[in-house]
Design a protein around this ligand. Structure first.
Ligand code: UTP
Length: 494
């Protein structure tokens, strides 16, 4: 910290202003305890208002907790993790082995639980979406479907559709079934998300069934663990990862809120999947039938180098967990199971999870004490422009090793996984690639329901879109489609 020289007087007798007061001693001492006193490096160059902001910013940080997290997370880097084992095919409900009867039974079980109000939907929407590069939250993004619907609208309408299906199955009126939608935002997405929902009248949902809450943030640090300053009076911060949902649910007391509403199961997913089956009755029925605490939908890894995390067992017969693609040794990534001829580590995590409320309660308390966060090397805005630094994050799947019982449910990626990660022009997971995946699936539904298509652009580059208000997963389309011809691209709605 460069200290000012004492006040000097000019020859004409006019004094310079007195030097600024030094930083609050106790706060400076505390920063020194954690090696973070550089946060005050520019103190004497700040205006009184800026000094005030800096003090408030530092005071808002739980310095000792953050220090523990930084130290534990940096220390755990490079420590070899326990050996991993492949999850046997026999412990996954695969698409091949499911019978039609089973699927129908699960669908009905799920709808019944939904009609009883036992299911809530939990959306992880606090990410900054830096790769997509949109200034709005990702959920506001229009991926270019004929309807022009945003990701939020697609999800809201799928919830409306499931409510109607559940009410119908229970011989009740549509209005009698309500699925509560808990939406996690972060300081970076909160305002814009709430306004988007208000401006769109909650896409036909009741305002009170949509509950917004914010996740926490944590300072971004350099490789040696020092805070990065975003401005001279503010520490750079980032959301604490989608696993920040556990502590956020706890601190906002929303787990109690869920219990008071009779919610027992929570369907949790990321905002950036255009094909996400929100509140999927089949997955819920399967989950209830299995009686497990936590489950995940998985898709088969497409090729060994695909950049997805995979579910594995940690240690011999150990707990289910996810290994990121960057952590998986290339020889393991391409290892083949000799008896099936398929990849050994093939169950890709696509952020589609189901939890019991009891388990969320347990994990919200357990994970909070866990000080080892994942380190993500990212560009961080700083007083020196963008600099490479570390974001500290917990992940939603960090909960799995704590689950007493787990299950994996295979789904087909062409039916349920259309990620929106990168901007158009990138090679994969773009709004354009997600749009095509939606159009292809919906075109298949329409043809299977007896509809016909005409198109003036090649069919591989176009298709029809089915409004989620008409059909959730391809059901009930015959009355709308049989014998009709649709000119692609278009949206099919009532
Ligand atoms: P990603 O890991 O893809 O991150 O999030 P992102 O923030 O959307 O995008 P990049 O990496 O900056 O480009 C997967 C899901 O987890 C949510 C995201 O909103 C997305 O639904 N998420 C991520 C959170 O809710 N909070 C976070 O802190 C991070």
């Amino acid at each position: 910290m460069r200290e000012p020289s004492p006040a000097v007087f000019e020859a004409n007798g006019v004094a310079f202003p007195p030097p600024p007061p030094p930083p609050p001693q106790s706060l400076l001492e505390r920063l020194k305890d954690y090696g973070q006193e550089d946060a005050f490096a520019l103190w004497y160059e700040l205006s009184p208002e800026e000094r005030d902001l800096l003090v408030k910013d530092i005071q808002s940080l739980d310095l000792s907790r953050i220090d523990r997290i930084i130290r534990c997370s940096l220390r755990s880097q490079g420590v070899p993790a326990a050996a991993i084992e492949a999850v046997p095919e026999s412990s996954v409900s695969t698409v091949e082995e499911r019978s039609i009867e089973e699927r129908e039974r699960w669908w009905k079980m799920g709808l019944k639980a939904i009609s009883h109000g036992n299911l809530a939907v939990l959306l992880l929407s606090g990410g900054q979406g830096t790769r997509l590069g949109s200034s709005d939250p990702k959920g506001c993004f229009n991926i270019g479907l004929p309807s022009g619907k945003s990701l939020f609208q697609l999800q809201a309408e799928r919830i409306l559709c499931v409510q109607r299906l559940a009410a119908h199955a229970a011989n009740e009126s549509s209005a009698s079934v309500q699925i509560h939608w808990y939406i996690m935002t972060s300081p970076f997405t909160d305002d814009a998300t709430r306004k988007f929902f208000e401006n769109h009248k909650y896409f036909g949902l009741e305002a009170e069934q949509v509950i917004f809450f914010q996740q926490g943030t944590i300072p971004c640090v350099s490789k040696n663990g020092r805070y990065i300053m975003e401005t001279p009076c503010r520490v750079a911060k980032a959301p604490d990862g989608n696993g920040g949902v556990y502590s956020a649910l706890k601190s906002t007391k929303l787990l109690e809120d869920m219990a008071s509403k009779g919610i027992k199961y929570i369907d949790c997913y990321g905002v950036d999947n255009a094909l996400v089956r929100v509140a999927d009755p089949t997955f819920l029925g399967y989950f209830i039938d299995k009686g497990v605490a936590a489950a995940a939908k998985v898709v088969r890894k497409a090729y060994p180098q695909e950049k997805v995390g995979v579910f594995v067992r940690r240690g011999k017969g150990g707990p289910l967990t996810v290994v990121e693609y960057s952590e998986l040794d290339p020889s393991l990534a391409s290892a083949v199971n000799q008896s099936t001829g398929r990849l050994r580590f093939c169950w890709s995590n696509v952020c589609l999870h189901m939890f019991t409320l009891d388990f969320l309660n347990q994990v919200a308390n357990g994970l909070e004490k866990d000080s080892v966060y994942h380190l993500a090397e990212k560009k961080i805005p700083s007083i020196h422009g963008y600099e490479m630094g570390l974001k500290l994050e917990q992940f939603i799947f960090d909960a799995f090793p704590y689950a007493p019982t787990t299950a994996l449910f295979e789904v087909l990626r062409e039916e349920e996984f259309a990620p929106v990660k990168n901007a158009n022009g990138s090679n994969y997971d773009t709004p354009d690639s997600a749009k095509l995946l939606v159009l292809r699936l919906h075109t298949r539904w329409v043809v299977a329901a007896g509809g016909f298509l005409t198109h003036s652009v090649p069919l591989y580059a176009t298709g029809v879109e089915v409004s989620p208000l008409c059909s959730y997963a391809g059901e009930n389309l015959e009355p709308i489609c049989r014998g009709r011809t649709f000119h692609a691209p278009c949206e099919i709605t009532f």
